[in-house]
Design a protein around this ligand. Sequence first.
Ligand code: ATP
Ligand code: MG
Length: 747
Amino acid sequence: LARPMQDYLKGLNDRQYEAATHINGPLMIVAGAGSGKTKVLTTRIAHLMAKGVDAFNILALTFTNKAAAEMKERIEKMLGNNEARNLYIGTFHSVFARILRGEAHRLGYPNSFTIYDSDDSKSVIKSIVKEMELDEKQYKPNVVLGRISQAKSSLIGPLQYQEDYYLQQEDQRTNRPAIGKIYKRYADQCFKNGAMDFDDLLLKMYELLNTFPEVLLKYQHKFRYVLIDEYQDTNAVQYQITKLLAAAHENICVVGDDAQSIYSFRGATIENILQFQKDYDDVKVVKLEQNYRSSKNIIEVANTVIRQNKGQIPKDLWTDKDQGDKIKVVATMTDNEEGKYVSTMIQELKLRDHYHNHDFAILYRTNAQSRAYEENLRRGGIAYKIYGGLSFYQRKEVKDYIAYLRVIANTRDEEALKRIINYPVRGIGKTSMERLQTIANQHNMTLWDVILRAPETGLKGAALEAIRKFITMMQYFQSLQTHKNAYEIAFEVGKHTGLVKELFNDKTVEGLARYENVQELLNSIKEWTDQQENLSQIDEEGTVQEGITDQTLQNATTLGLYLQQITLLTDADNDKEDADVVKLMTIHAAKGLEFPVVFVGGVEETIFPSGLSINTREELEEERRLFYVAITRAKEKLWLTHANSRYRFGNVVANDASRFLEELPKDYIDRSFSGGTGSGFGRGDQHFGGGFGAGGFSRGSGFGSQNDAAAAARKYGPPPAKKQQPYKSTVLPTQAPPQQKVQVHVP
Ligand code: ATP
Ligand code: MG
């Protein structure tokens, strides 16, 4: 076939080529797992740029920021230049947050608005529930937030919510009739605090485009090409925004697989794929059927699984690859035996087939399942990393520090202000705080404004003096924003607040860990500001910075940009690429990724399919799609394991093998049983001996924290040797921390 061949197009099959070189007009690629959808999307961006489209005019939306970073890198390689840095590329949330930094003032928010993570949101909801004197058990923050989040993803505002018959019915039925009212207060409170939660980043972006025609025009003009990966998991707001943006040029390319739609519980809808062809005339549809990822056996099993779903666009994947091993289905007595089996198998494959730690992924349905794997991997001295669970930025000491930065960037940020006003302890007690808070609520003022007028509030003596000092300090930090970067400001905060000193003085092992975490935070801020300075003005182009003229604001935005960046990190983004570690994550988090060897654990009734998702065909089919996603992550080898019994919620429960296992084609699988001396229930005394309480952290070493590492090292000897990270002290006090016997390994 004669076709013009730039190097980056070589190796594409005909249909991939067709899609990658399609330039103008709507394009949809619906194709099975591993068929090169993401690759085509990446290549298409490179091709557009090669054909003269300015990178500034391309918007690409990905599932994680890491995926975006990888794409950029590939495109730079394909084109041999670094133009890709000018692309608007990232998750919906990060791209829209970036745009809102220049536009939020139109909606009455400060451009330096705070982004609330779900902890912040829950804490706001908690205080609203309290204020409204509602039953805190009935109105659990995460339940309420879930409802609000669903409403926002469906573009339902608080007033509309309260008028919606079906939503009201549902809230009556579940005995939470006040959710609409909470939603209203929550929205008001966030606005007052100058804060947006994750859903707001989408919702406000939509409002912005929908309310201000001139803004819409500006971005339609800017984003002449729009590309979206994982389109099957977009929700209603995302759909509406991209539709608005693409309306002028209709150069929109979406890529997805209806068989991998796994976020309907968060409001995503496959309808968006079906609707696409109706929204635009002349949609070019490309189907890809060759899988380049997996062995024949894996593909056969995946095809068989997904065929059981009724509501699926039929497509058959095939592959040129080898037959490969059969899929192993392994039963064990207990979940601990399951963990042991997997870690033993990893050891074996490393020795026998020369695999490395980083070739392995352990996937599971729920985060709680990771524990049995962790224990056994530690025992086996295998370095690993857990994605999900408590991340670096959710640790208390890190959050406290960041709260200072948040208030500096945005004094309206009440959640952050409450966190730091008396931390470290400075004599602004609970009673004083309650009084200030009440006044703020009564007069609808921000807490900060009330604090500024503290002498009028009746506060006296030491408390008043403490507040005065606090204000002076904070105003000093704020004044730095005109001429200091995020790191320099953070440094000053560490020096003047007593925060670092307080941690430094705590000589316990935990205290040392916290101290080091703060150091690590400062290192990362430094790294970020250095990067920004090298990038020399990422927002060089006038469009996005428009509206920010004032020098102060611009610098506030630098600190704001930093804060935004860390709030929007997803688990997968925390990956340190070169780390040779086994990766543990939920199947949801593994979407779009691939690994040579995959273990899928807990393939049991009530776990997978989840006990909560077997009441309707739709739910069950979503679980089955999740199973399909799990299977199709594997390139070479795949294990599906299940345990006859496991600890759940503190009890031993017996589980049947999953119905999904019965659906597998017999000729492509090997079944076996592992272990099972019958004494498998002695788990409590065997393994809960020491230091394993904490869940994994998704950053740094596979050993949840250094105390865990220490405990593990004491019990099982040190993990495999890794280069130790140089200890960098970036903030006072300069005296080195006490030497610890136990080495901390950061793979
Ligand atoms: P998923 O549905 O899981 O997101 P996908 O359709 O996006 O999968 P990719 O991740 O783009 O698939 O590709 C899967 C693997 O196949 C990657 O390793 C990719 O580099 C490789 N691949 C894709 N197309 C080709 C090709 N034409 N030649 C060689 N390798 C290819
Ligand atoms: Mg993909």
